[in-house]
Design a protein around this ligand. Structure first.
Ligand SMILES: [Fe+2]
Ligand SMILES: [Fe+2]
Length: 698
């Protein structure tokens, strides 16, 4: 219906902008995954994926597991007390390995056959530096050093990392190597689940072993499985299985709940120099593990108790909650006054604690300096989520420190009655630190260590995690859009365009009063998102009444949640911009709980027969930290801070189009240059310069 619109008007606009100094929208770098070929991760006759673990008493034993191809059917390991004389191996002993063939040819993303070998060295001397190597008698690994634990309660340090999981080879590598640089004498590393992304994917496991390299062969791993260590073997199957490689490549303690095969080598404990470290499998059988944990913590001669499992008791990130874990495991944690709980899963960082229990406390003690169990959620790999805006307010716990968009490792040192906890970024900046002090019969004293910590890192003050999106219609189709609200009344037209040659044309009528195309992207609650689009309103299309040109709506969290007004909508009435916005703090919205947000718009006019450039910056949060800024044709017309949007798992999605309840005949509008990103630079139309944009005459 725009045949009567010729390109002259567009040309005028183009000339206006071209006459200013046009700034090309900045090129952004989008993430592109590297390619790993099948041969890259294939086994060979030489030992690889060498990892050490605890199987029995760390003072007198340790285990080693490694992989070869199936040509190596007999394997051995040698161990000797290490000395500086190169022929220390004259004193070595040799041990036959247990060799098992892992045939994963039936698993879609594994398709590999390999031999796994393992040895447990026993009867070693405590606190002694050993050298070991693995091989077949001819083809050997290097000699690798490992020190046994002391029998006594002696000071030591260990590392703890959250999910490696994503971009393991690219990015987890630097993190774990900085961890090693920080504490090369760490006695072990706790991996709190989601070591890889797709449980059985052999290439991802290869990334994990390559990224950590010989760190895995020098520092014992205490791994627990995350939800990503469980998956179907094949897409057409319903049952999920523990990562097929898990039990082949880690030789872990078999002191978990007796007779429960599925928990074997995923639920266990290790006593190390006065500390009991208990690893739970938070994917399965919480009641059985709670009962076992109660027992393990009842008969516990160690001074300190540390728990690790994947799913956090107190979730760090938006839209996440693990009620089952909280209901089953936390009572046991409380009962036994566990000192520290180390979790993953949320791809962000949070540290805090439950209040100290006042019972058995001598009078005069300052309870503010006392704490119950300290809980930590951390992430080490490349995937990043957004923090809960309400912190741990709903959990009867206090979150002290939090981070977004930051790879972290943790260094934990125990020295008799003191535990020092330090969290470092991937660039080894100190991010979080505190000290726990144990005193007989009292809750732990907690001392915040604020010196030398860097300030809080969020999505809003760090390099963008999300890729910006450009939908300028220049590809001539609507493939990247969700068209479920489009009513077939939208088409990509060649002709009038804000830039280039194509724009999207929307037509409505009395029978068809709305037509929208949807950007299928859930904004993140608590994170600032920028949007940009340009709109052309033709003369004489009868749009004199109120009409909507763009809106953001949220999806209900469940079926009882009532449908709601848009979180934000752009309406035009008599050429004037009107913004309607809504908010709701309640997780399940009702008609009564939704509140209208007053967004004051400076007088702003959408001009006809010319392009109007809109830029919107929104921090979608239903609490006071929400924010909305709007620019129309380069002039800021809205500046609002306060609640915006709904308390939903995901933030709203964007719709661009046209809607008019009063449509009595055919109406039309054209949109172009939709962008979503992390800055004004990301979303402004190309050939747009905010300094030189045409001022609004009103
Ligand atoms: Fe994860
Ligand atoms: Fe997870």
């Amino acid at each position: 219906m725009y045949n009567n619109i010729n390109c002259a008007c567009g040309l005028v606009v183009a000339l206006i902008f071209l006459s200013a100094t046009p700034l090309q929208a900045q090129e952004f770098k989008s993430y592109k995954a590297p390619v790993y070929t099948k041969s890259w991760s294939a086994p060979s006759p030489y030992p690889d994926r060498i990892s050490i673990t605890f199987f029995d008493d760390p003072a007198t034993s340790f285990s080693v597991s490694w992989r070869t191809d199936t040509s190596i059917t007999e394997a051995v390991a040698e161990v000797a007390v290490a000395t500086a004389a190169p022929r220390f191996w004259r004193n070595s002993t040799r041990q036959q390995a247990l060799t098992e063939t892992m045939n994963a040819m039936h698993i879609a993303n594994a398709k590999v056959v390999a031999n796994y070998h393992s040895v447990t060295f026993t009867d070693l001397k405590p606190n002694t530096l050993y050298a070991y190597r693995v091989g077949d008698g001819e083809k050997w690994s290097e000699w690798i050093h490992y020190r046994t634990a002391s029998k006594e309660q002696e000071p030591f340090t260990f590392l703890y990392v959250g999910d490696a999981q994503n971009q393991i080879m690219e990015l987890w590598s630097r993190l774990i190597r900085e961890g090693y640089r920080q504490e090369p004498d760490a006695r072990f590393i706790i991996h709190a689940g989601d070591l890889i992304n797709r449980a059985h994917n052999d290439s991802e496991w290869h990334e994990w072993f390559e990224a950590g390299g010989w760190i895995h062969s020098m520092l014992p791993a205490i791994p627990v499985p995350g939800n990503h260590e469980y998956n179907e073997f094949n897409p057409d199957e319903d049952e999920e299985h523990l990562s097929y490689q898990w039990r082949y490549q880690f030789t872990l303690p078999e002191n978990g709940p007796e007779g429960i095969e599925v928990l074997k080598e995923t639920t266990y404990y290790v006593d190390y120099q006065g500390v009991r470290i208990v690893a739970l499998n938070s994917n399965d059988m919480p009641q059985e593990q709670a009962a076992w944990l109660d027992q393990v913590l009842t008969d516990n001669p160690n001074k300190w108790t540390i728990l690790t499992f994947h799913h956090p008791v107190f979730s760090a990130s938006r839209g996440r909650d693990n009620e089952v874990v909280r209901n089953s495991i936390k009572p046991i944690i409380d009962k036994h006054k566990v000192d520290l709980v180390l979790n993953g899963h949320d791809h962000s960082y949070a540290r805090g604690s439950t209040p100290a229990e006042a019972e058995n406390i001598t009078s005069g003690i300052n309870m503010r300096d006392r704490t119950g169990t300290v809980y930590v959620v951390s992430v080490s790999g490349g995937k990043m989520y957004t923090l809960k805006p309400e912190a741990w307010e709903n959990y009867e716990a206090k979150r002290e420190t939090a981070a977004e968009n930051t790879q972290l490792f943790q260094e934990i040192s125990i020295d008799n009655d003191s535990l020092y906890f330090r969290s470092y970024t991937a660039t080894r900046d100190l991010y979080d630190a505190f000290k726990l002090v144990k005193e007989e019969g009292k809750p732990n004293q907690i001392i915040e260590i604020k010196e030398n910590r860097i300030s809080q890192r969020t999505h809003d003050n760090t390099i963008a995690y999300e890729n910006p999106a450009v939908r300028d219609f220049e590809d001539g189709n609507l493939e990247k859009w969700d068209l479920s609200l489009a009513n077939k009344a939208v088409k990509v037209d060649h002709g009038l365009a804000r830039n280039g040659n194509h724009a999207a044309e929307f037509n409505i009528s009395a029978e068809n009063p709305a037509s929208f195309i949807t950007d299928p992207y859930d904004a993140r609650i608590g994170q600032t998102t920028w949007y940009g689009f340009s709109t052309y309103i033709p003369e004489g299309t009868g749009l004199n009444t109120s009409y909507t040109i763009a809106k953001w709506t949220g999806l209900p969290d469940n079926e009882v949640e009532q449908s709601r007004e848009p979180a934000l909508a752009f309406q035009i009435k008599d050429g004037k911009l009107i913004l309607t916005a809504n908010t709701d703090q309640a997780f399940y919205s009702t008609q009564e709980s939704v509140r209208r947000v007053e967004l004051k718009v400076d007088p702003a006019t959408f001009k006809k027969e010319t392009w109007n450039d809109v830029i919107v910056k929104v921090r979608w949060v239903y609490n006071k930290s929400g924010h909305v800024s709007v620019w129309l044709n380069g002039k800021q017309v809205v500046e609002y801070t306060g609640p915006i949007g709904y308390n939903d798992d995901d933030g709203p999605i964007f719709h661009l189009g046209l809607e008019s309840a009063g449509a009595s005949s055919e109406y039309g509008i054209i949109h172009d240059e939709y962008r979503r990103g992390n800055s004004m630079e990301d979303v402004k139309p190309s050939k747009f310069d905010i300094m030189n944009a045409q001022p609004d005459e009103n």
